[in-house]
Write a protein that binds this ligand. Structure first.
Ligand SMILES: [Zn+2]
Ligand SMILES: [Zn+2]
Length: 1011
C-alpha cells in the first residue's frame, strides 16, 4: 500500500543535540502543512486494503476545548494513525455540533436578555440566529487551534456542521422513517420542564451526571376527609405541596393491609406497616388501631378535596369524571415510604399521568410557560409553582387538612444547564415512541463491543428503561420539527426535504431561505383533506436528535453505504445518555432493524484536576488545551494521558508529571536515535546494503542481538494487541519498558564499546549493529507514531528518510510493523532473564561490600541449580562484562573456601552470587581508569562533542602519586574508551596551561581538560 516518495527527502532537516519537543513540534506542524500531508492521506482510499467506517462525535461549539476533550481526541487519533499505517482507509473527518440550548443561552447572555421572549421582542429572530452562528464560529477557531497543537490528524476540510440545510434535510429523513412506522407521536405527556430555560428536557438529560443536587423541601403530612364522615381522614405525605393544587385522586396499594388509627378525636387511614414509623415521626404516642382492611377494598372511596372554595376549577372537575377525588388502587404505590396513601397529580407526575390516562380522568395542568399558575388555579394565579409550596401549606391549615410540616434535605433533579429545580408537567410534545422498539434497541446494543464491563452495564442499564423520547423543544436555534398541522381539520403532514417543502408551499418561495426558524415558519401548506391552511408546529428538535442523525446526515448516500455501520467510536462516559444513545435509537428507527450504527464503542472516563476534583469554571481548575500546549509538548501530553491510566478510569491530570517519566522515555528514544545516526553516519552505514536479512543470513547476530530481536517481536505483537483492546495504558507501558529497560539500560551498553573503534577488521560487526539498531529504532518510531506523532515524524524525516530517500513521504504512510515469527526465541529470552537476574544480584552484593560497579573484580561464584548454570554458561562473556569481573565459577553448592572478609554475597530465590572483594594493583588501576573515563565521557557530552568525534588529548591533573602509578598501565585503554588520541596525567594543574574543569575522584578534587 505504500505510496512511494513524491518528493525528495528534505536534506536541510537535521537533528539538534537536545530534545526540545516544542521546537520540534512546531517544525513538524509546518512540514505537514507545507507538504499537504493530511490531504495526501485521503488518497489512500483508492487502494486501501479495507474501509473502516467512522463518524465524528461532534464537540459542541459552545465551550473552550480543555484537557478532558483532548484525552478523547487523542484516542480517536491513535486509532486513525494506527489503522492508516495498517493500510485501511478511514473517513476521519471532523464534525461540529452547532445548535441547541447552550448556544442560545450564551447568545442571550451576550445580548443581555433574560429569556427567549425578551430576546425575540428586542432583537428579532433573524438577528438571534445570526448571533448563534457567530458564537459557534468563535469556538470553532479555538477548536482548530487546539487540534492543530495536539496533532489530531482529523480532516477539518471535510467537517460536517449540524446546522446546515443539507444536514438538516437528511436529519428530517429519520423523522419520516419514524412517521411511516407510527413511531412519531404528538401527545400530552408528563415531561421534565425547566422553568429557567423554558423548555422540556429528555429523560436522558434529567439523568446527567451532576444534575441531582441536594435541595431543601418541605415535608408535609396532610389529611383528606373521607366523604360523608365527620372525623375520618386519609393521611397523606408530600414534599411538593404545590401539587395539591392539581390533585385529582388518591392511590393505595391493593395488596397491602390498611388500618384505621384512632388519634385523639380523629381516625386516620393508612398502611399498617407504616403506622409505627409515621407516628414516631409525627411524635404521636397515643394512638390505637381500630380496624383493618385490604387496600383493594378502599378503591372507589370518595374524599372531600379541601381547597375547592379557593380553586373553583377543582369543583368543576368532579362533574367531568366520576373518579375525580376518589381512591384508586395502583401497584406502583410503595409500601416502604410515607403513609401508603399517595395523592395523584396527573398534571405533575409521570405515574400519576398514566394512572389518569388509563382511566380517562382529565389532566389538570393550570401552568403557563414560566410554570406560573394560570387562572384555573384560583387564588394561586400568577404564582410560580415552587413558590406556592408554603402558601398551600397555609391553606391546608386554614381548611383543617394540615397535620405537620418539616424541612427535609434530599437529592432532587435540577436542570443540567441552568440548575433550576425541574418541574414535572404534562405538556403537548412530540415523542419518538422508542419504548415500542426497545427490544430491537437492546438486541442491537448487545451486539456492540464495549471493551470494558462497567460502561457496558451502565449503557445497557440505561437503555433498558426504554422510555419514549421527547424530541420537541420550545426553542429557536435548532432543527425545525418538519410537521405541518391543518388549522381546520387537524390533519398532519411531515415534510422530509427542502425540495418537498418548495413544491408544497402555498406562497412563492422566498430567496433568502434557510431551514431554520423564522424562515421555515413562514411557509404554509394547503391541507390535502379540507383545503385549509397548514402551519408548522412551533418546535425545534432536541439537539441530541440533531447530532444523533450524523451517520446518515453527514454522508452522501454512497458514503453512507460504505462507512456505516462504523467500526469504532469513542466518547466520554457521560455519552451513555447522550450521543451513544441517540445514535443507536435513531439508527434502529432508520433501518427498522436491531442494528447499531457502530460495532464498537469505547466510553472514556472523565478527566479531573491533579487533586481528583472535577474541572469546572467555578473552581477555576479547567486546563485549556491551547494554553497548556503553548508551553508544554503535545507528544508528552499525549504519551502521559495514555500512559497514566486505563481509558475508562477517571484521570487526575497533573501537569507536573509531564516532565517526569514521559520526558524520560521520549528523550531517551530521541538520544538513542541520535546515537545511532551519528555512529552510522561516521561509518557510512547503508541500510539498503547492510540489512537485517543480510546479518541474519550471514550468521552475524550474536546472543544479545538475537535476544533484542526476539524481544522486539513480542513488543510489536503485544503493543498492537493492546491497542486493539483499547488498553492504551498497557500498550504505552510496553513501549516505555522497551525503550528504557531493553534498549537503553541493557542492549546499548552491551554493544556501545564495539562501536568505538574504527578498526577495519570489526567493520562488519559494526554494520551488523547498525542494521540491528536501524531496524529496531525505526520499528519503535513507527509504533510510537499513533502516540507521539510529532516525535515519530521528526525521527522518520531526519533519520530514516535521510538514509533511504525513497521511503514514503510521511511516517503515516509507512507500513505498520508486524512480528517476524522466525525472530522469536523464547529459550534465549529465558536465559537472558536468568542472566539479568544474576547481574542484579551481583549489584546488590557490590552495594553491601561498597564496591563500585565500575571497579573490576577478580572473581565471582554463582551458586544455583544446574539448569540455571547452563543458561549462564551460554552467555558467559556477557555475564563477565555485565558484572564487571574477570572470571566466573559455577557451582551447585557453596564451595568450602568461600567466606571471610574477602567475600561479599547476595541471594535471591535459588541463586546466590559471591564476589571476591580483594583488589590487587591491576584491578585498582583499572577501577580508577573506569571512574575517570566516566567523568571524561560526561564532560564530552557537556561540551557538546558528538560521540564519533575523536579528542585531540585528555589531561587529568591533581592526582596523587599512588593513583598515577596505578593508572599508568591503563592509559591506552582509557584513550580508546573515551575516544581520544592520548591521555596525559599530571600531579599539578600548573604543569600545563589549559582550561581546567573541576571534578572529583573518591572524594578528592581533581581537574580535567579535554580538547
Ligand atoms: Zn434550565
Ligand atoms: Zn384540513
Amino acid at each position: 500500500m505504500n505510496l512511494t516518495a513524491q518528493t525528495e527527502a528534505d536534506q536541510n532537516l537535521s537533528l539538534p543535540t537536545n530534545y526540545s519537543p516544542l521546537q520540534l513540534e512546531a517544525e513538524m506542524r509546518e512540514f505537514w502543512i507545507k507538504n499537504d500531508i493530511r490531504n495526501k492521506l485521503e488518497l489512500l482510499e483508492k487502494n486501501a486494503k479495507g474501509f473502516l467506517g467512522y463518524v465524528e462525535g461532534p464537540p459542541t461549539l459552545n465551550g473552550i476545548p480543555h484537557i478532558g476533550h483532548a484525552r478523547g481526541r487523542i484516542m480517536k487519533d491513535i486509532r486513525y494513525r494506527w489503522k492508516t499505517m495498517e493500510g485501511y482507509y478511514m473517513p476521519f473527518w471532523a464534525g461540529w455540533d452547532c445548535q441547541g440550548l447552550p448556544v442560545e443561552l450564551e447568545v442571550e447572555k451576550l445580548l443581555g436578555v433574560r429569556n427567549k421572549r425578551e430576546s425575540i421582542e428586542k432583537f428579532g429572530m433573524e438577528r438571534f440566529i445570526e448571533e448563534c452562528k457567530k458564537a459557534i464560529m468563535r469556538y470553532h477557531k479555538m477548536w482548530l487551534d487546539a487540534d492543530s497543537r495536539l496533532g489530531i490528524a482529523i480532516n477539518q476540510d471535510k467537517a460536517y456542521w449540524t446546522y446546515k440545510d443539507s444536514y438538516i434535510e437528511r436529519e428530517w429523513f429519520y423523522l419520516k422513517r419514524a412517521w411511516d412506522q407510527n413511531l412519531l407521536e404528538e401527545g400530552h405527556y408528563v415531561v421534565a420542564y425547566c422553568p429557567g430555560c423554558q423548555t422540556s428536557l429528555s429523560s436522558a438529560e434529567v439523568g446527567y451526571e451532576g444534575s441531582y443536587k441536594e435541595v431543601e423541601d418541605p415535608s408535609v403530612y396532610f389529611k383528606f376527609k373521607v366523604t360523608g364522615t365527620e372525623k375520618e381522614f386519609f393521611l397523606v405525605w408530600t414534599t411538593m405541596p404545590f401539587t395539591i393544587i392539581t390533585d385529582t385522586m388518591l392511590a393505595v396499594q391493593p395488596k397491602a393491609e390498611y388500618v384505621k388509627v384512632k388519634v385523639g378525636e380523629e381516625t386516620w387511614i393508612m398502611m399498617r406497616q407504616r403506622v409505627e414509623p409515621v407516628m414516631a415521626e409525627l411524635e404521636i404516642k397515643n394512638f390505637q388501631i381500630t380496624e383493618s382492611m385490604m387496600g383493594k377494598s378502599l378503591e372507589g372511596t370518595a374524599y372531600d378535596y379541601p381547597l375547592k372554595d379557593i380553586i373553583p376549577k377543582q369543583a368543576e372537575l368532579e362533574t367531568k369524571h366520576p373518579l375525580v377525588h376518589k381512591v384508586i388502587a395502583e401497584d406502583f404505590v410503595d409500601v416502604e415510604t410515607a403513609t401508603g396513601v399517595v395523592h395523584l397529580s396527573p398534571g405533575n407526575g409521570e405515574d400519576d399521568f398514566w394512572a389518569a390516562n388509563r382511566r380517562g380522568v382529565p389532566i389538570f395542568v393550570p401552568f403557563d410557560d414560566e410554570v406560573k399558575f394560570t387562572n384555573d388555579a384560583g387564588i394561586f394565579t400568577g404564582v410560580f409553582a415552587r413558590d406556592a409550596d408554603m402558601l398551600v401549606v397555609e391553606e391546608l391549615r386554614n381548611h383543617n387538612a394540615f397535620v405537620k410540616v418539616k424541612k427535609i434535605k434530599h437529592e432532587y433533579p435540577t436542570c443540567w444547564r441552568s440548575h433550576h429545580k425541574l418541574v414535572w408537567l404534562a405538556r403537548k410534545e412530540y415523542f419518538l415512541r422508542t419504548d415500542k422498539i426497545n427490544s430491537n434497541v437492546l438486541e442491537a446494543a448487545e451486539k456492540i463491543e464495549y471493551f470494558f464491563d462497567e460502561p457496558k452495564n451502565r449503557f445497557l442499564g440505561f437503555l433498558k428503561e426504554g422510555k419514549p423520547w421527547c424530541i420537541s423543544r420550545e426553542r429557536i436555534w435548532g432543527t425545525p420539527l418538519p410537521m405541518w398541522t391543518c388549522e381546520k381539520c387537524g390533519n398532519k403532514r411531515l415534510i422530509a426535504s427542502k425540495k418537498e417543502l418548495v413544491e408544497s408551499a402555498q406562497e412563492a418561495f422566498p430567496e433568502n431561505f434557510e431551514l431554520h426558524k423564522p424562515w421555515v415558519d413562514r411557509i404554509t401548506l394547503k391541507c390535502g383533506k379540507c383545503s385549509g391552511t397548514m402551519r408548522r408546529e412551533d418546535f425545534v428538535l432536541d439537539t441530541w436528535h440533531n447530532s444523533g442523525a450524523s451517520p446518515y446526515a453527514r454522508f452522501t448516500d454512497e458514503e453512507f453505504e460504505k462507512f456505516v455501520p462504523t467500526t469504532f467510536l469513542t466518547e466520554g462516559i457521560d455519552q451513555t445518555r447522550g450521543w451513544a444513545n441517540s445514535l443507536l435509537l435513531e439508527y434502529v428507527i432508520l433501518t427498522g432493524k436491531p442494528v447499531a450504527p457502530y460495532k464498537a464503542f469505547l466510553f472514556q472516563g472523565l478527566t479531573q484536576d491533579a487533586k481528583g476534583r472535577k474541572m469546572s469554571k467555578s473552581l477555576g481548575n479547567v486546563v485549556e488545551t491551547s494554553k497548556l500546549l503553548e508551553k508544554s509538548s503535545a507528544d508528552l501530553c499525549r504519551f502521559y494521558m495514555m500512559r497514566k491510566c486505563s481509558p475508562v478510569d477517571f484521570m487526575s491530570f497533573d501537569m507536573q508529571e509531564l516532565t517526569r517519566r514521559p520526558y524520560q522515555v521520549l528523550s531517551t528514544l530521541y538520544h538513542l536515535s541520535r546515537f545511532f545516526l551519528q555512529n552510522a553516519t561516521f561509518d557510512e552505514f547503508d541500510p539498503k546494503k547492510y540489512t537485517l536479512n543480510w546479518a541474519l543470513k550471514a550468521g552475524k547476530l550474536q546472543a544479545a542481538d538475537l535476544w533484542l530481536m526476539s524481544k522486539l517481536q513480542n513488543k510489536i505483537e503485544e503493543f498492537t494487541k493492546n491497542l486493539d483492546r483499547c488498553e492504551f495504558n498497557t500498550a504505552v507501558a510496553i513501549l516505555d519498558d522497551f525503550v528504557i529497560e531493553t534498549l537503553s539500560r541493557l542492549y546499548v551498553p552491551m554493544i556501545r564499546k564495539e562501536l568505538w573503534t574504527d578498526e577495519p577488521e570489526t567493520f562488519e560487526r559494526r554494520q551488523t549493529i547498525y542494521a540491528l539498531l536501524h531496524h529496531t529504532l525505526k520499528t519503535v518510531t513507527l509504533l510510537f507514531n499513533p502516540i507521539t506523532p510529532f516525535l515519530s515524524e521528526a525521527l522518520y524525516q531526519k533519520i530514516y528518510r535521510q538514509l533511504e530517500t525513497d521511503l514514503p513521504e510521511t511516517v503515516n504512510l509507512a507500513t505498520w510493523p508486524t512480528p517476524n515469527e522466525k525472530m522469536r526465541n523464547k529459550p534465549l529470552e529465558d536465559d537472558f532473564d536468568i542472566l539479568l537476574k544474576v547481574v542484579s544480584i551481583s549489584y546488590a552484593a557490590r552495594q553491601q561490600g561498597k564496591l563500585k560497579r565500575r571497579w573490576p573484580l577478580a572473581k565471582t561464584i554463582v551458586v544455583a541449580p544446574e539448569k540455571t548454570l547452563q543458561a549462564l554458561k551460554c552467555l558467559e562473556s556477557l555475564l563477565l562484562e555485565q558484572t564487571n569481573v574477570k572470571a566466573v565459577e559455577y557451582s551447585t553448592s557453596v564451595p568450602d573456601y568461600v567466606g571471610g572478609e574477602n567475600w561479599v554475597s547476595n541471594q535471591q530465590d535459588e541463586i546466590t552470587v559471591f564476589l571476591s572483594g580483594q583488589r590487587d594493583d591491576k584491578l585498582l588501576g583499572e577501577g580508577i581508569m573506569r571512574d575517570l573515563a566516566r567523568r571524561v565521557q560526561a564532560l564530552r557530552k557537556e561540551m557538546g562533542f558528538v560521540p564519533t568525534e575523536t579528542l585531540e588529548s585528555v589531561h587529568i591533573a591533581e592526582l596523587d602519586v599512588e593513583s598515577i602509578g596505578l593508572l599508568e598501565p591503563y592509559l591506552e585503554e582509557m584513550a580508546s574508551l573515551v575516544r581520544a588520541r592520548k591521555v596525559y596525567l599530571h600531579s599539578s594543574c600548573s604543569e600545563v596551561e589549559a582550561k581546567w574543569h573541576e571534578s572529583e575522584l573518591d572524594g578528592k578534587k581533581i581537574r580535567i581538560n579535554i580538547h
